[in-house]
Each structure stands twice: as C-alpha cells, then as structure tokens.
Design a protein around this ligand. Structure first.
Ligand code: GDP
Ligand code: IMO
Ligand code: MG
Length: 420
C-alpha cells in the first residue's frame, strides 16, 4: 500500500474474482473507486453464508468505514443502480451514506440497451456476445459527444436533452433488425430511477480523488472486465468499450500517472471467457466441462456458461506488461485441486515458430499453445500451510511471469485467502 492510488484489475477476460479480493482488501483503504465499465460487470462477494453480486457499486460497500466512488469513466444505468441499492438495503446494508457518484459519469438510456440488442442481432455469427447492458452504444455516444451525464440530471433542460438523444437513437434503429423491447415500460422505470438517484451525493470525482490522495487517504481503484477485454489492447473486436487497464484509472478517475501506486493483477489459476472471441487455451472436451462444473463457471451477470481452459502465460505476460503489474492475486486454486495434473501454456507455436509475443490477430493466426504439465495439490484450510505442490507451482508461475504472487485464494469466502 502507498500514499498513491493502488489498482486492482483483471488480467484475463473478466470474472477473475475481483469482487472477492477488493472486498477483502477494502478494510485497508479509505476509498474504493470504480473507474470504468458499467453493469456488464458482475462482482461476487461472499461474506459468511451470504453471497451478493454487485454490478455498478464498488466492492468496498460492505465495509462501514469505506467511501465508495462510482467514477467518471463508469457508465451508469439508473435502473440497475437503484436495484442494487434496494438489494443491499434488503440485507441490512445502507449504501447511501458511503456512496458517491461522479458527475461526469455517463448515463445508459433505455434506447442504448435497445441499440445494443439490435446491433448484436445484426451481426449474426459475428456477434460479440455482449451482456446487452447498453455499454457499447453509451460509450459511442460519449466519444461521439452526444452523451447524457449524471451531472445533467439536475439541469433544467435534462428532459429536452433526453428527448433529443432518444430521437436520434430511434432513427438509428431503423437500420437494424426489429427487436422485441418494451420501451414504454423501460422508460417509466428509468424516469423513476433518475428521480431517485438525483438525491445521491454527486461529486467532481477528479477534485475529490486528488484532494483525498494529497491528504494521505488510501485509495484502491477497482477494475471491471479484464485486460483482454480492453478496447485498445484486448482481442478486438471481441472486447468491451472501455479501457479496462491501468491507463483507464487515470482517465476514469482523473488522476495523473505518477500517482498510481501498486498494481495488483488478478488471475484465475486457470482461464475463462464468456461471450465470443479467440481463446487460445480453451478446452472443448471433458476437461473443459470438468473445469466448468468444479469451478461453477456461469456468468454472474447473464448466467451464461463460461468457456474454460488452462492458464495462458504469453497472455498473462502481455497483460502484466500493459498494466505495469507489481503483484499478482491468484484465485480458484481450490478448483484445480480436483485434478491430478494441471497444465499451463508456457508459449505459443505460430507458423511453426515458438513465441512468447501476443500476436496482432488471434483469429487469422493458427495458434498452438505449448503446454507443460504440473502435479496438482491438496486444497488446505487457511490455518494450514500451503501444500508443497501448490507452493512449487506458484514459484514456477512467479518465474515465468517475473512478478510476485502475493495473494492466493482458495474459496469464494472473504477469509479463504492466504497472503504470501
Ligand atoms: P469478478 O467479476 O472478477 O468479481 O468475478 P465474478 O464474481 O464474476 O466470478 C468469480 C466467481 O468465483 C464468483 O462466483 C466468486 O464467488 C468465485 N470465487 C472467487 N475466488 C474464488 C476462489 O478462490 N475459489 C472459488 N472456488 N471460488 C472463487
Ligand atoms: P466482470 O467485471 C466477463 C464480455 C461480454 C462480451 C464482451 C462485450 O464481471 O469481470 P459488453 O457487455 O461490454 O458489450 O460485452 O465483454 N464482458 C465480460 N466478461 N466479465 C465481465 O465483467 C464482462 N463484461 C463484459 O461477455 O464478450
Ligand atoms: Mg464477473
């Protein structure tokens, strides 16, 4: 930890266990801030026997003393946000006292979701596999300079601005196949939710965060999605529409690069992906099915089965490079304990050449992962030392990745974690 903004982000294609680790670390911080993405995220937190999935609200919300910021770079669906607030209240957590909303965060409109669905439908087999939460169209309106922001809610011409964007969307929709969508009902819910979130505390996020860092407050920036879904460096076009990487923290919260401290990169002990797009180490047969079954690999947002495969060292090295990762958290080591032997792709073979470099296109190149096999381990409870085989495996990974593995998670619960 440092008197800078630390970062925790996913090194793979999302769902690495960010929610769990952020919730664990949150009691060491004053502020947890989401910097990008939106309700396409599903961050699962398990405290004792209760499990909660957060989509928009940062994963520090279960810690009473911690301020949670939805930052400038996030796109906010008022309906999801209100549902989340209600869900938390129902289990005795009142988020409103410790939740701040950036004025510059963009709003997801019902017609953004409709456009998302129509655009995906028009792509046929080439569909991205979007969560259909309106993420792409909202970021398109942001960069196209048409967007509606949280800070606009209290302005007198909010309704007019909304109507004009809606109109634009409806004319755009004419180029797409028709989609079943109850716009009247969704708009009613949206308007009610807007009225509710109008009373949330809005901040100038960049001022707030910089003042906080300068006065010695500890801040952890929480990533959504994963590095391979980054709009710039992910497996384009099968990506999301934001910068999921460390650079996104600077734009998404309004802080300078020299104020970034530790960068904690999180990876599963294996690898998963939900939605379409290349996945070099994907397992299609029984092993993939076993990983999905043991790992309960079904999406926290959409419930879709996740594609499963072995850990991919060239992919992780790439993500570590792009993000400047200083420490690694590895999750789901308990799941691999179900196997006798496990594998890791230590290099790629492309056109008969062995390489560690991540190629420009994974679609056109025939990539053969080069695997090494390792003995699995016994999953042990936290009051026992790590099994020697797991310790050896972690050391192998540290050597290959040239980065220390600081956190080892072996269960979904808050306390199922070892710090090395
Ligand atoms: P996130 O999007 O990165 O926060 O991850 P998700 O919540 O979408 O998916 C991670 C899933 O793995 C959730 O169901 C977590 O409860 C669960 N999980 C996290 N860490 C571990 C672990 O070490 N072992 C097991 N068995 N489950 C874990
Ligand atoms: P968390 O934060 C896993 C994937 C979708 C799709 C692509 C684009 O829980 O790790 P979008 O809805 O952004 O247009 O979808 O990105 N995707 C995720 N996959 N975890 C996520 O978030 C994801 N958010 C988006 O499945 O392939
Ligand atoms: Mg998730």
């Amino acid at each position: 930890m440092s008197n800078k903004v630390d970062v925790l982000l996913g090194l793979q294609w999302g769902d690495e266990g960010k929610g769990k680790i952020v919730d664990y670390l949150a009691d060491q911080y004053d502020i947890i801030a989401r910097y990008q993405g939106g309700p396409n995220a599903g961050h699962t937190i398990k405290i004792e026997d209760k499990t909660f999935v957060l989509h928009t609200i940062p994963s520090g919300i279960f810690r009473e003393e911690v301020v949670n910021i939805i930052g400038n770079g996030v796109v906010v669906d008022p309906i999801t946000l209100c549902n989340e607030i209600d869900g938390l209240k129902a289990i005795g957590v009142d988020p409103l006292e410790r939740l701040l909303l950036a004025k510059k965060a963009h709003l997801i409109l019902p017609t953004h979701r409709l456009l998302d669905a129509a655009s995906e439908a028009s792509k046929g087999k080439k569909k991205i596999g979007s969560t259909l939460r309106g993420i792409g169209p909202t970021y398109m309106d942001k960069t196209g300079r048409n967007g509606l922001r949280v800070g606009d809610i209290l302005s007198s011409n909010f309704k007019n601005k909304y109507a004009s964007i809606r109109e634009k969307h409806l004319s755009l929709l004419r180029i797409y196949p028709e989609i079943e969508f109850d716009l009247v009902t969704e708009e009613k819910k949206w308007n009610e939710s807007i009225e509710r979130i109008a009373s949330l505390t809005q901040i100038n996020c960049e001022e707030y965060v910089n003042r906080a860092v300068n006065s010695g407050k500890k801040i952890l920036a929480e990533g959504a999605q994963g590095s391979m879904l980054d709009i710039e460096y992910g497996t384009y076009p099968y990506v999301t529409s934001s910068n999921t990487i460390t650079a996104g923290v600077c734009t998404g919260l309004g802080i300078a690069p020299q104020k970034i401290g530790e960068v904690i990169g999180i990876t599963k002990a294996y690898c998963t992906r939900v939605g379409s797009g290349p996945f070099p180490t994907e397992l299609h047969g029984d092993e993939g099915e076993e990983l999905r079954k043991y790992g309960k690999e079904f999406g926290a947002t959409t419930g879709r089965p996740r594609r499963c495969g072995w850990i991919d060292i060239p992919q992780l090295k790439y993500a570590i490079m792009i993000n400047g990762v200083t420490q690694i958290a590895i999750t789901k080591t308990d799941i691999l304990a179900e196997f006798d032997f496990i594998k890791a792709a230590t290099a790629y073979k492309i056109d008969n050449e062995i390489t560690l470099e991540y190629p420009y296109s994974l679609e056109n190149n025939k990539i053969e992962p080069v695997y090494k096999s390792y003995p699995s381990w016994e999953d042990r409870s936290n009051d026992q030392p790590l099994d020697d085989d797991l310790k050896n495996y972690l050391e192998v990974l540290e050597g290959l990745l040239n980065t220390p593995i600081k956190f080892v998670s072996n269960g979904p619960g808050r306390e199922e974690l070892k710090i090395r």
